[in-house]
Design a protein around this ligand. Structure first.
Ligand code: 0RQ
Length: 503
C-alpha cells in the first residue's frame, strides 16, 4: 500500500481513520468526495459517525454540514444520518435514511444545480469549508494526487478547505492515472475567460488534483469497493420509452436537424437511461460521443460496440459486473473515458456549445410542459435536481422520461399542474412515457396540453385531463394562453393524499 503514497511528506501523515476523524469538530462544514456511489471516502465517515454517537450519548451536540459532489453511499450519508450527525446537506442526496431525516425536518437540504455548487463555494455563498475528506487512488512523489473513480467537486474542496484528510484506496485501480482531466482555469467574475473545450474528448486540464501539503492533516489507507449497485433488468416500460426515443432521434436525423452521428449524449442514471443506451447499441448512429455526468454500464456497452468513441463524465456509476468488465480491460479504455470536475462536466457554456442531447428522468410533468424531478406531492424531496437542470436548459435537445403512472397506477405522472417545478415549460422539449412521445418544441402552452394528453397520459387519466382543459378554456375566455382552474390545479395531488389515488 505504501507504494500508493510515495510522497515522503504525506507518507509521514499516515494515520488511522479514528485519528483522522478527530480533526472534524462539531459544527464544522465538511466537504467529501463522492458522486453517484463512486469515489467517496470509505473509512473516515464511519469513524466520524462513531464519534458523533459517543458524543450524543454523553449528551453533547455533534453535527456537521456535509457537502459532496453528488450522492454517496450508505457508508457515508446512511451512517452519518443514522448517527443524527448532519445539520445540513448539499448539493444532492439519494440515501433513503437521510431522505427521511430531511423530510422530517431534522436536516436542512440545499438542493443545488450541480454545476453551481463549486462556483457558489468560491463566491462565498456557503461560508468557510473547515475540513474535507477526499478519496484518491495514489499520491505521487511530488505530492500530486491521482484521482479516484469520481471527481465531482474535489478540486474546489481541496482548494478551499482549511484542513484536508486524504483516503488512499488501493481497491481503486492504480491504472486510473491518465483517466482524469482537472481544469485549473476557472476564475471569479469579472476575470472569467471562455472555457476552451470545443469537442467532447478534448483535454483542457491536468491528470492530477493538487493539494497544498501544509493543509493535509491526515492520510488514511483503505481497500474497499465503491457502492456499485447492481442494475435492475430492463423492464417493458423502459424498453418502450427507449424505443420511442431512439426512433425520434432517427426522425431528427432524417429531417436534417442532427448529424447521423447524433450530438454528444447525456443521460441520467437508472433503468430508462440504460435501456436507451442498449437501444443505441442496436441503432445505426455512429460514431457517437457522450458528454455526461455518470458513466453507467449502458455507456460501457456502447464503447465496447465501437459505436461510441468517447465518454466525458465526472463519475463511474457502474454495476459490479460493469466494474469487472472495466477493470479487466482498463488499459483499452484509456483515452476513451475522461473524468472532469462537475463544474466542467455540467457547465452550461460547454453543454450549449457542444449541443448535448439530454435525457433525464422525471417524477411528473404537467399538460403545459413544466417538469418536476424532485418532489413527491409538492413537499417531500425524492433525490434532488442533480445535473438535470444544467443539461436540460442548455441542451440542443432535451427529453424527460417517466412511466405514465406511479404506485401501481394510483398516480398519474401527467397532471394538470406539477406540484413542484424544476424545469419550466420554457426549458422542456420532449416528454416520453411508455404511452408515447410528445414533441413540445415550437408549440404554445395550449397546443402542448392537447399533445401531452394525447401522447403521454395513461388511458385511465386521459379523459379527466381533457375535461380539465376543456373546463379551464371555457372558464376564462380572455385567459386562453395557459388555461387553468386555479382551485382545481392541485386537486389531483390533494385527492391522492386524501384517498390514496388520483383517480
Ligand atoms: O419510488 O421506489 O418508493 O416506489 O419515485 O421512480 O420510476 O423508479 O424512476 O429511479 O428513474 O427515478 C425523477 C426520481 C426518477 C430520478 C427520478 C416514485 C416511484 C419510486 C423512483 P419507490 P422510478 P427513477 C443525472 C440527472 C433527478 C436528478 C437527475 C431523479 C421513485 O430520475 O432523481 O435527473 N432525477 N439527475 O414510485 C409520486 C410520482 C412518481 C413517484 C415516480 N409521479 N409521484 N412518486 N415516483 N413518479 C444524475 C445526477 O444528477 C447525479
Amino acid at each position: 500500500m505504501m507504494r500508493r503514497i510515495v510522497c515522503p511528506t504525506l507518507a509521514g501523515r499516515v494515520t488511522s481513520a479514528d485519528e483522522a476523524a478527530a480533526h472534524i469538530r462539531p459544527g464544522d462544514s465538511v466537504g467529501i468526495s463522492g458522486f453517484t456511489g463512486a469515489g467517496y471516502p470509505k473509512a473516515v465517515p464511519a469513524a466520524l459517525a462513531e464519534r458523533m454517537r459517543t458524543a450524543h450519548e454523553r449528551g453533547d451536540e455533534f453535527r456537521v454540514q456535509l457537502w459532496s459532489g453528488a450522492s454517496t453511499a450508505p457508508e457515508v450519508d446512511g451512517l452519518l444520518a443514522s448517527a443524527h450527525g448532519l445539520s445540513k446537506r448539499l448539493p444532492y442526496n439519494s440515501d433513503p435514511t437521510l431522505r427521511a431525516l430531511i423530510n422530517d425536518g431534522e436536516v436542512e437540504y440545499v438542493d443545488a444545480h450541480l454545476s453551481h455548487s463549486a462556483q457558489h463555494m468560491w463566491f462565498g455563498f456557503y461560508g468557510p469549508l473547515d475540513v474535507v475528506v477526499v478519496e484518491v487512488t495514489a499520491i505521487l512523489p511530488n505530492g500530486l494526487l491521482v484521482p479516484s473513480s469520481s471527481i465531482g467537486n474535489n478540486k474546489t474542496w481541496l482548494d478551499r478547505a482549511d484542513k484536508v484528510i486524504l483516503e488512499v484506496n488501493s481497491w481503486q485501480p492504480r491504472e486510473f492515472e491518465g483517466f482524469h482531466d482537472v481544469y485549473y482555469g476557472t476564475r471569479l467574475p469579472p476575470h472569467r475567460a471562455p472555457i476552451q473545450l470545443t469537442s467532447t474528448m478534448q483535454r483542457i486540464g491536468d491528470p492530477y488534483l493538487r493539494v497544498d501539503p501544509a493543509k493535509v492533516v491526515a492520510v488514511v489507507q483503505t481497500d474497499a469497493p465503491d457502492r456499485n449497485t447492481p442494475l435492475k433488468p430492463v423492464d417493458d416500460n423502459s424498453r418502450a420509452m427507449a424505443d420511442l426515443l431512439v426512433d425520434f432521434l432517427r426522425h431528427e436525423v432524417r429531417v436534417g436537424r442532427m448529424p447521423p452521428s447524433l450530438l454528444p449524449l447525456q443521460s441520467g442514471v437508472g433503468n430508462v437511461a440504460n435501456a436507451v443506451m442498449a437501444g443505441l447499441v442496436e441503432a445505426e448512429f455512429e460514431p457517437m460521443t457522450a458528454y455526461t455526468e455518470v458513466l453507467q454500464d449502458g455507456l460501457l456497452d456502447l464503447l465496447d460496440s465501437g459505436k461510441l468513441t468517447g465518454v466525458s463524465a465526472t463519475s463511474f456509476g457502474l454495476s459490479p459486473d460493469g466494474v469487472r468488465r472495466f477493470m479487466d480491460a482498463i488499459d483499452s479504455y484509456k483515452g476513451r473515458i475522461l473524468l472532469r470536475s462537475e463544474e466542467i462536466s455540467n457547465h452550461p457554456e460547454v453543454v450549449r456549445r457542444l449541443g448535448v442531447i439530454a435525457i433525464n428522468g422525471m417524477i411528473e410533468a404537467d399538460i403545459y410542459g413544466n417538469v418536476n424531478s424532485t418532489h413527491v406531492m409538492g413537499s417531500a424531496i425524492m433525490n434532488g435536481i442533480g445535473g438535470s437542470g444544467d443539461f436540460a436548459r442548455n441542451a440542443f435537445l432535451n427529453f424527460f422520461v417517466s412511466p405514465s403512472t406511479a404506485k401501481a397506477g394510483a398516480i398519474s405522472s401527467i397532471v394538470p399542474f406539477v406540484s413542484h417545478v424544476d424545469h419550466t415549460e420554457h426549458d422542456v422539449h420532449v416528454l416520453v412515457t411508455e404511452q408515447g412521445l410528445a414533441d413540445l418544441r415550437g408549440l404554445s402552452p395550449s397546443a402542448r396540453a392537447d399533445r401531452v394528453i394525447d401522447h403521454c397520459a395513461h388511458p385511465d387519466f386521459r379523459e379527466p385531463l381533457r375535461d380539465y382543459v376543456a373546463r379551464a378554456r371555457a372558464a376564462r375566455p380572455h385567459a386562453q394562453h395557459t388555461p387553468h382552474l386555479l382551485d382545481e390545479a392541485f386537486s389531483w395531488h390533494r385527492r391522492y393524499l386524501d384517498t390514496g389515488s388520483m383517480a
